[in-house]
Design a protein around this ligand. Structure first.
Ligand SMILES: [Zn+2]
Length: 113
């Protein structure tokens, strides 16, 4: 679980840095869920420990949620919060299939559980 979190944080941290740099250079719209985190980022590139700290903080405060089915914090297409994901489950005698869908852009992922 911890390794998964590190992986997520690494990927997410990279996205945040890109958003942060872009945001500082223009008036690009950034997703609401990312604003509190980006505003907390210092001017200098933060260390991975600091980013982990910020991420944990955001998790604790409920500003960021990891979707328990797909393990994402945001839609991979439009970056909307994973809190908005819609889930539909289908079940037969052998499998349960969960379709996770982003209501903003239609991105979806089907998972067999
Ligand atoms: Zn989306």
């Amino acid at each position: 679980m911890f390794e998964l979190l590190i992986g997520l944080v690494g990927g997410a941290a990279f996205s945040w840095l890109i958003s942060y740099i872009y945001y500082k250079k223009s008036s690009v719209q950034i997703p609401d869920w990312a604003k509190p985190i980006i505003e907390k980022l210092p001017q200098e590139p933060p260390t991975k420990e600091k980013l982990l700290d910020l991420f944990q903080d955001a998790l604790d405060k409920g500003e960021v949620k990891i979707d328990p089915v797909v393990g994402y914090v945001a839609c991979p297409e439009c970056k909307a919060s994973a809190k908005d994901f819609k889930k539909t489950a289908f079940e037969d005698d052998i499998y349960t299939v969960v379709v996770v869908e982003c209501p903003h852009c239609g991105w979806n992922k089907t998972i067999k559980v």
